[in-house]
Design a protein around this ligand. Structure first.
Ligand code: MN
Length: 240
């Protein structure tokens, strides 16, 4: 049986114009039964259309901050580096993929990119834009394979079904930005203990899920993280 082909967007190192991608994404997709392919950042509209036809599922990976202009803001003092090239490419790709109603998984920057693309916005920097008497470390001080905070799962959601009834997940955290206002059509299905959105999904879509944590570092030890990739790959399996 042919494996579902999963297109993974790479990161863009703007210092030397290199592409890079942590191998953990590729391994997690492979282990879940998918055939991962890493895309380039040099693709015109026609190329993106052909890629959308060629691939069965699309994983928007982690990376630098989305440009603030994309959600109508000036650049805040603690905003990080951006890649205009990657922003443009991923926004164009997402539009085509969603028009084809093919499965989408967003991880870290991916959930933010999806939210911004659909009309939501993000905190440019959590520590300086939120107030908390007990600040959660969204940039955890230890290895990414070790969970650092919990996520409350909303009942009746795709995330809940993937999590096999668990109402609370243990996740890792390596982000300084976060989704603020969910875009129209998106539902928040996971929250950190400080109230920040950690998962978004689109109920009126075959499979569209964004998570703020990094399941690609947890799938070997956590069933929920492994199930997340399995559910995505299975949703991507072409109907025969
Ligand atoms: Mn977090």
């Amino acid at each position: 049986m042919k494996k579902p082909v999963i297109c993974i967007t790479p990161s863009h190192n703007t210092e030397n114009d290199d592409l890079n991608l942590r191998p953990t994404y590729v391994r997690a997709v492979s282990a879940a039964g998918g055939l991962p392919v890493v895309m380039t950042l040099e693709a015109g509209q026609d190329d993106l259309g052909q890629l959308t036809d060629l691939c069965d599922g699309f994983l928007f990976s982690g990376g630098p901050d989305p440009h603030p202009f994309l959600f109508g803001e000036e650049t805040q003092r603690h905003c990080g580096n951006v890649s205009v090239v990657r922003d443009r490419l991923e926004l164009d790709l997402l539009k085509k993929v969603m028009a084809a109603r093919k499965p989408v998984l967003g991880i870290c920057r991916g959930i933010q990119l999806i939210n911004v693309a659909l009309g939501g916005d993000i905190y440019q920097d959590i520590p300086s834009q939120t107030d908390s008497s007990f600040p959660i470390a969204h940039k955890q001080p230890f290895r990414y394979s070790v969970p650092s905070h919990h996520v409350a799962v909303a009942k009746g959601t795709l995330l809940a079904s993937i999590s096999e009834g668990r109402t609370e997940l243990e996740v890792n955290s390596m982000h300084h930005q976060a989704c603020r206002q969910a875009a129209p059509g998106l539902t928040a299905s996971g929250y950190a203990p400080d109230g920040l959105i950690e998962a978004l999904e689109m109920p009126d879509y075959p499979f569209l899920l964004g998570v703020q944590w990094h399941p690609e570092y947890l799938w070997q030890t956590d069933r929920g993280a492994a199930n997340l990739f399995k559910a995505f790959v299975e949703a991507s399996r072409p109907q025969v």
